[in-house]
Design a protein around this ligand. Structure first.
Ligand code: UDX
Ligand code: ADP
Length: 474
């Protein structure tokens, strides 16, 4: 391709200032000082939070994020709700809006709800000028690009529609929360799906500012969309596999950490994503597997659908069995007992709680009448209230139902508690003073470590009973 064929990209924007859009665009701005990058959202409050001069109050907590924002915000990175003018000035528009699983209508419980993607495509169709490259960033079901294409080609401002052109690329984001900035700075690969060579090259030239060319993979649109779903499904499947084995360890006397290490030492298997836990959470894994299940059923591939759906079933079962075990160990009843939950985020180093195993496990504990004290270094009580759909200290009309409260200080939280349940692997919970904790609790007291992160000997020495996930030797 000679230089005159190249598309000139000066201004780019992203619809959606969430966990993906915000950090991704911040890193692009950081790496490409010649680009003007604007992150757009319909939610004014979210944009205000991104613009907050106090970097501790950004809407997303990610290690390293505030440093990046500090370097580029106001220089070549902007956060705004001015969708019309910014889209119309942009040569490239990323779509990174929410795509939750549908709760009603056809495909409910499985298919992704594309109403926000559709609304975004309509905004692009209406406001864009000349040639615009539309880049799908959100995790989307296969064939979504087709939907976007049809909207772009058939809507728009009448006076402009004739002259406007679009090309669509799929560029799924593989960042994991908690390590988003490192993942974005040093990705294993960048995947670009599409059929318009000039647009692919334009997006590639952005990434080439910091990603070695051999790590940039080009495919057709559908391969790119399907690869993202498949990557997440494979990762979720590994976690489910190790979690299923954790239950076998507990009854046979084996230790899941030893098994995980021994299995992961085989280079063909590899050691990553073999940490047992209370079940995977996060906004992607469940949604993406459900999309695969929906897609497979849609095409009559029922056995394939059943295979993937089993991952979700075991993941739910893992959460349930932890709740059941707690009730059983606490003499068959937890009514009015105090249980302290260490960690509400779906994993460490994030304030995100979407699909966090803590939500359903706490709900089980409340249903069984417990007083639940929740602590987390980054999650706010207001978020927990939304997730549980229950006010702090609120008692329901069902007198058997427990209540919850938040505590920032773990040593305060454990006062007179009967049990501690570790659900998120925050460093704060790995190195606690078990002697001090033990003195504050009510005996006989228990520690349930659903992440297998604590030092069992120190817990035992402090006089506490302990259960650790997948550890059959205690
Ligand atoms: C995931 C994918 O990793 C990422 O590539 C994709 O872009 C989005 O989805 P994320 O959900 O942010 O990222 O976090 P991830 O680190 O994958 O963890 C997902 C869940 O699995 C968490 O609840 C985590 O605690 C759990 N997990 C992960 C385990 O239980 N064990 C492991 O070994 C790894
Ligand atoms: P993700 O984890 O994929 O980034 P989030 O839910 O964190 O998802 O963020 C999605 C963001 O997209 C939300 O802040 C939401 O307000 C925003 N959004 C939804 N629809 C639109 C739209 N049409 N235009 C701009 N932003 C949108």
């Amino acid at each position: 391709m000679n230089n005159s064929d190249k598309l000139l990209i000066r201004n780019i924007c992203c619809l959606g200032a969430g966990y993906v859009g915000g950090p991704t665009m911040a890193v692009i701005a950081d790496k490409c000082p010649n680009l003007n990058v604007t992150v757009l959202d319909i939610n004014q409050e979210r944009i205000n939070q991104w613009n907050n001069p106090d970097l501790e109050k950004l809407p997303v907590y990610e290690p390293g994020l505030k440093e990046v924002i500090n370097r580029v915000r106001g220089k070549n990175l902007f956060f705004s709700t001015q969708i019309e003018s910014i889209v119309s000035d942009s040569q490239m528009v990323f779509i990174s809006v929410n795509t939750p699983t549908k709760t009603k209508g056809f495909g409910a419980g499985y298919a992704s709800d594309l109403k926000w993607v559709e609304a975004s495509a309509r905004q692009v169709a209406k406001y864009s000028r000349d040639h615009t490259i539309v880049v799908e960033k959100s995790t989307l079901p296969v064939k979504t690009a087709q939907v976007i294409k049809e909207i772009l080609e058939n809507t728009g401002d009448d006076s402009q529609a004739e002259s406007n052109t679009f090309s669509i690329l799929s560029n799924p984001e593989f960042l994991a929360e908690g390590t988003a900035i490192t993942d974005l700075n040093n990705p294993d690969r960048v995947l670009i799906g599409g059929d318009d060579i000039r647009s692919i090259e334009a997006l590639k030239s952005i990434y080439k500012n910091w990603v070695p060319e051999e790590k940039i993979i080009s495919t057709n649109l559908w391969s790119s969309e399907l690869s993202k779903l498949t990557a997440n499904a494979f990762l979720a499947q590994r976690i489910t596999s190790i979690n299923s084995i954790s239950s076998i360890c507990e009854v046979t006397g084996a230790e899941i950490k030893e098994v995980s290490y021994a299995v992961g030492s085989d280079k063909r298997i590899g050691s990553k994503f073999l940490s047992p836990g209370p079940g995977f959470g996060g906004s992607c894994f469940k949604k993406d597997i459900l999309n695969l299940v929906y897609l497979s059923n849609y095409y009559g591939l029922y056995e394939v659908a059943e295979y993937w759906e089993q991952i979700i079933k075991i993941n739910n079962w893992q959460k349930k069995r932890i709740s059941r075990l707690i009730v059983q160990k606490l003499f068959g009843t937890i009514t009015s007992k105090k249980i302290v939950v260490f960690g509400f985020a779906f994993k460490a180093n994030t304030n995100d709680t979407r699909e966090s195993p803590s939500i359903s496990i706490v709900q089980d504990l409340l249903e069984n009448g417990a007083e639940v004290i929740i602590t987390d270094p980054k999650v706010q009580a207001s978020q927990i209230k939304k997730d549980l759909d229950l006010e702090e200290f609120q008692r329901t009309s069902n007198t058997e139902f427990g209540f919850w409260r938040f505590s920032k200080d773990i040593y305060e939280a454990v006062k007179n508690a009967d049990a501690i349940l570790i659900l998120t692997e925050w460093d704060e919970y790995k190195f606690v003073d078990w002697q001090q904790i033990s003195r504050n609790m009510r005996a006989p007291s228990w520690v349930f470590d659903a992440r297998s992160v604590s030092d069992l000997d120190s817990i035992r020495k402090a006089g506490l009973n302990v259960w650790a996930l997948g550890n059959g030797s205690i």
